[in-house]
Design a protein around this ligand. Structure first.
Ligand code: ZN
Length: 417
């Protein structure tokens, strides 16, 4: 339990339990964006927002927004939020903890009789997870002017994304880019084991890692596996195996510094994949994530050189690694990080700075405003699975940090004006 805070852990627990009940039958916990269960969850959230004294609306991008007008709305908006949609067979906390923590901040302010000078908004972003349309962060991209126009024609079950945004109450034809948001904060479960391992309460997120995906094709030659002598083969798989081990080694080397780095051979296809045939071809897709752009550039450079060396050694043709996608890291706002550190101190939260290896709505919000996020521990780092778990006290402590930060920002943002 946390002392001296108006944040009430039991309200957070009961909200999370209520949303957990709203799931596809027999598939806990599934509430994918645009589905009837998602809309049911939103209807519940809308009531909860109104109960906290907020005026609710669905914005043009399809986000559910609860607004508590400030005493001086012309100062602009402080926005808190995350997402209520889940992956299929997901957890009760990913995204949801952040929406409920934001809601609890609004309730705690109301309980104390505090009306901020800035307008406060609680946001449930539309479709943060990869949706039935195959794309993610649809709502946060929508209000930051970063949703690609061509996405609107994407279809799922005969419905376009444009139609689906309309069906949840948005209007994809209208430009939703906001210019009144002065700061954005998101609480999220860590989805990794670091905070638990280090017995910490809060991770103050320095940056959301950039994600680069790289495709490599290895072209060997199909031959009879019984008759072709070992010295006369062009085995695509054994060459690909050297590359996979090289990726791991390079990833470990880059991860040994203080900045976050991870590299994974996530997709791997071998043909013909038959017991009696020497493997002819391998396609591999590497997912690499870096807090620092220079680490990613070094990875790409070393990988390029490494595959040339491996191809020379094995005599098998390896394609030049192709960048399928390449997004830079998004640093969080340094001033917000300092305020969050201070808020952790005053709430008595043991904290550290860390990067996020996963993507989040915060990365898009950072395009238009000062943005930052905090992590709270999740048990054994499990996420995107039904056993995902975070304790109510940990979420409540994170909410207390948010509350303190919001109050500090309400004063500080005015000084900056
Ligand atoms: Zn999430």
């Amino acid at each position: 339990m946390i002392a001296n805070t108006p944040i009430r852990a039991e309200r957070i627990a009961s909200d999370i339990a209520a949303l957990a009940e709203i799931t596809e039958p027999g598939r806990p916990y599934t509430r994918r964006a645009f589905t009837p269960k998602f809309l049911e969850g939103r209807a519940w959230l809308e009531q909860a927002m109104r109960g906290a004294g907020a005026v609710t609306q669905i914005d043009v991008a399809g986000n559910l927004i609860g607004t508590i007008p400030g005493r001086h709305p012309e100062l602009g908006t402080i926005m808190l939020g995350s997402h209520s949609d889940t992956v299929p067979d997901g957890g009760r906390f990913d995204g949801i903890a952040g929406v409920i923590a934001a809601l609890e901040v609004a309730r705690a302010l109301r309980d104390q009789g505090v009306v901020l000078d800035h307008t406060l908004e609680v946001a449930d972003f539309l479709a943060e997870e990869v949706s039935i349309f195959g794309v993610s962060c649809i709502g946060s991209r929508g209000i930051t002017g970063t949703r690609p126009a061509e996405w609107l024609a994407r279809q799922s079950d005969g419905v376009t994304l444009e139609g689906a945004i309309g069906a949840v109450g948005g209007n994809a034809q209208r430009l939703g880019q906001r210019d009144d948001i002065k700061a954005f904060l998101e609480l999220h479960i860590e989805q990794g084991p670091v905070l638990q391992e280090q017995k910490l309460d809060v991770g103050v997120v320095t940056a959301i890692a950039g994600i680069t995906r790289i495709e490599i094709i290895v072209e060997g030659r199909a031959d009879h596996a019984g008759t072709t002598p070992m010295g006369s083969r062009k085995d695509a798989l054994s060459t690909a195996a050297w590359i996979a081990l090289g990726v791991e080694e390079l990833g470990k080397a880059l991860a040994s510094g203080t900045a976050h780095f991870a590299a994974t051979v996530g997709e791997f296809e071998m043909t013909p994949n038959a017991a009696n045939v020497v493997p002819a071809r391998v396609r591999m897709l590497i997912d690499a994530r870096a807090e620092l752009r220079e680490d990613m550039e070094r990875f790409i450079d070393e990988l390029d050189k490494g595959v040339v060396a491996i191809a020379e050694k094995t005599g098998v043709t390896v394609s030049v690694p192709r960048l399928v996608s390449d997004n830079p890291p998004t640093p969080c706002d340094p001033d917000l990080l300092d305020i969050l550190d201070q808020a952790c101190e005053s709430a008595g939260a043991r904290h550290r700075r860390m990067a996020s290896g996963a993507g989040h709505d915060t990365a898009w919000m950072a395009r238009i405003t000062k943005a930052a996020m905090i992590f709270v521990p999740c048990v054994d780092g499990r996420s995107h699975a039904p056993d995902e778990f975070a304790t109510t006290d940990d979420i409540a402590l994170g909410a207390a940090v948010l509350l303190d930060t919001v109050r500090a920002l309400d004063a500080k943002l005015q000084e900056e004006n």
